[in-house]
Ligand binder design. Structure first.
Ligand code: ATP
Ligand code: MG
Length: 596
């Protein structure tokens, strides 16, 4: 007997190399014996705690130096998604080891973005929100440990000497003359560094590994540098700060991270990640087994840039109206553009994770949005480039020019339960300028003299001509009503027409600002090659127009999304839209207009 397919199975996430690694670790119980102190801690404190209740621990570790972009969304969906799927925990960690001025705006923005995407760092009442700078004491302790173990030394070569002695791909490095200092001298100099007795750049603490290693990252990498600078969290307590490559593995280890997932650029750092954590684990400083680093390909999305530095430049130089400009590939920008958290998650799932760098077409993101909104978004009619259609026999047929006829349409065509919306048909309607032609091009089924079309949800009309001004600009289109053709009434379909056009009644249509956004850049891979990425901004990436929309839309709450029939998906702008002053952003068209 065959079992009916479990619907949960068909909805199961496609596997990928990270899932396979996690499943293998779970099966083998790689991390099953580790203890957890209830918070990030060293090996001793963790040992006092119970077995770690989290089956896996991942983390999302942004630097609070800008707003998050779509690439970060991929990383968030990945890290929080894996934790959710495997009964784990994902830590939200600010990687704030660089002393820089407090950017509370960025910290808040990042937390908002993660929450908005639908993830939480609270699990069973515990908040897993951490900041790397809280680990400075431990990091310094680890540094002294390495010195005492003969695994690190204070190098006082000049920056140029250090660079020259590092060698390159074809040439091994040369040992620093400071490399053979005694442990005691190293310890004394490290403490001099810590105590502010040395100037910025006068010395660095380096790991003692191998100056001839084919992996340049293992040629005695720097661990600590001197920087007499205030830190937003630790103030002036420190004048030495850990290098990222030293800090990151330690942050992971203290937090009991199991799978430390990062982008491919860090692949060459993995041997040092393991070297460092192996040494600290041997010394009994951190939990065993230690976290492992796994790399995946970063997201590159066509027609935008995904680098905080470049996005910041767009904002600072006012090429856009801020981090949340709807043209920006930031999470706040996409949100304002009309994207939903579900669409972003769907996108992340569809692009998957791989080990090969490449570009994902922007249309994949747009399709995820259409697929998410199609079943959800209420329908509405809007005329984006309005011209008047005058029904010349209206008064005679209806008993007065001012008579209005109420028409209605489903809020959603596949869900009658959502009810109907209504609007008025009258003598004058707004239609799209492009829905009329004096002489129809081949295959044109809309309005031209002698042709009949249906005004969707309304009546059939027959075009009788148009009025133009002296310059030939279209002023009005004229038509006559064909009686007994109102949609939904018996016999309405007896009159066959090929064209079906959208409209808004002049009597109750509401003027609205529509912001038609297009690709931010006009080339698919801005910033690659020699070009300055700013040269390729798409000059037509925003068009602002006055449209007419159905009366009900004037009351729409900010952030409400609609499908404007024929035109695409629109959202009531969260900043600009207000009762009495509707403003809609086009999130995406009905289909991919950039497809070749
Ligand atoms: P940027 O270069 O834009 O500043 P970053 O990598 O320096 O990005 P972080 O704040 O350090 O930014 O990133 C936090 C996390 O997001 C990291 O784990 C990083 O790997 C991940 N991430 C950043 N950009 C992308 C991307 N384009 N695709 C996937 N993951 C990304
Ligand atoms: Mg960075």
């Amino acid at each position: 007997m065959t079992q009916p397919a479990d619907p949960k199975d068909s909805a199961a996430k496609p596997s990928n190399f990270l899932r396979q690694i996690i499943e293998r670790d779970l099966e083998q119980g790689t991390y099953a014996q580790r203890h957890w102190a209830g918070q990030p801690a060293d090996a001793q404190a963790h040992a006092q705690g119970p077995l770690d209740p989290a089956r896996i621990r991942t983390r999302f570790p942004p630097e609070p130096n800008g707003y998050l972009h779509i690439g970060h969304a991929k990383s968030i969906c990945l890290n929080f998604g894996l934790a959710r799927d495997y009964n784990g925990v994902c830590h939200m960690r600010f990687d704030d080891t660089n002393p820089e001025k407090e950017e509370q705006e960025y910290v808040d923005g990042i937390l908002d973005a993660v929450k908005w995407l639908g993830f939480s760092w609270d699990t069973n009442g515990t908040s897993h929100l951490y900041q790397a700078s809280d680990y400075f004491d431990f990091m310094y302790r680890a540094a002294e440990y390495l010195v005492e173990a003969g695994l690190a030394y204070v190098d006082e070569q000049s920056a140029e000497e250090m660079r020259a002695n590092r060698g390159d791909f074809g040439r091994p490095g040369k040992d620093s003359p400071f490399r053979s200092r005694s442990i005691d001298e190293n310890l004394r100099r490290l403490r001099d560094m810590r105590d502010g007795r040395l100037a910025d750049g006068a010395a660095v603490l380096r790991a003692k590994i191998d100056m001839a290693s084919p992996n340049i990252n293992l040629r005695d990498p720097a661990l600590y540098r001197i920087k007499h600078a205030e830190h937003h969290n630790t103030g002036d307590r420190w004048c030495i700060y850990p290098m990222y490559t030293f800090a990151h593995p330690i942050e992971d280890a203290l937090e009991n991270i199991t799978h430390s997932i990062c982008t491919l650029e860090f692949e060459d750092q993995r041997p040092f990640y393991d070297w460092l954590l192996d040494r600290l684990a041997e010394g009994g400083l951190i939990n065993k087994p230690h976290p492992r680093q796994y790399e995946f390909a970063r997201l590159n999305l066509t027609y935008v840039v995904t680098s905080k530095r470049k996005l910041k430049q767009l904002v600072d130089e006012k090429h856009v109206d801020g981090w949340d400009d709807p043209r920006m590939p930031t999470i706040v920008g996409l949100r304002r553009r009309g994207y939903t958290p579900e669409a972003m998650q769907l996108f992340a799932e569809r692009i998957g994770v791989s080990k090969a760098n490449g570009w994902v077409d922007f249309s994949v993101l747009e399709q995820a949005l259409r697929d998410d909104l199609d079943p959800k978004a209420a329908r509405a009619m809007a005329v984006l480039d309005p011209v008047k259609l005058v029904i010349t026999n209206w008064g005679a047929l209806m008993g007065g020019d001012d008579v209005l006829d109420t028409c209605s349409a489903p809020v959603h065509p596949h869900d009658e339960a959502r009810g109907r919306r209504s609007f008025s048909f009258g003598r004058v309607l707004w239609i799209e300028r492009s829905d009329y032609e004096d002489v129809p091009p081949k295959g044109y089924n809309r309005l031209f003299p002698g042709n009949r079309v249906r005004l969707k949800y309304g009546h059939v009309v027959e075009c009788t001509g148009a009025v133009r001004d002296a310059e030939g600009r279209l002023l009005e289109v004229h038509a006559t009503l064909v009686p007994d053709t109102k949609s939904g009434t018996p016999g309405a379909d007896a009159v066959k027409v090929k064209g079906n056009i959208t409209w808004v009644g002049a009597a109750d249509g509401v003027p609205a600002e529509v912001r038609l956004y297009d690709r931010l850049f006009s080339v698919p891979q801005p910033g690659t090659g020699e070009r300055d990425f700013l040269d390729k901004l798409n000059p037509a990436n925003l068009q602002v127009a006055t449209a007419y929309v159905e009366p009900s839309l004037a009351q729409a709450a900010p952030d409400t999304r609609f499908q404007f029939e024929r035109h695409g998906y629109f959202v009531a702008d969260r900043q600009l839209h207000a009762p009495g002053r509707p403003v809609f952003n086009r999130a995406t068209g009905m289909k991919d207009s950039w497809a070749k």
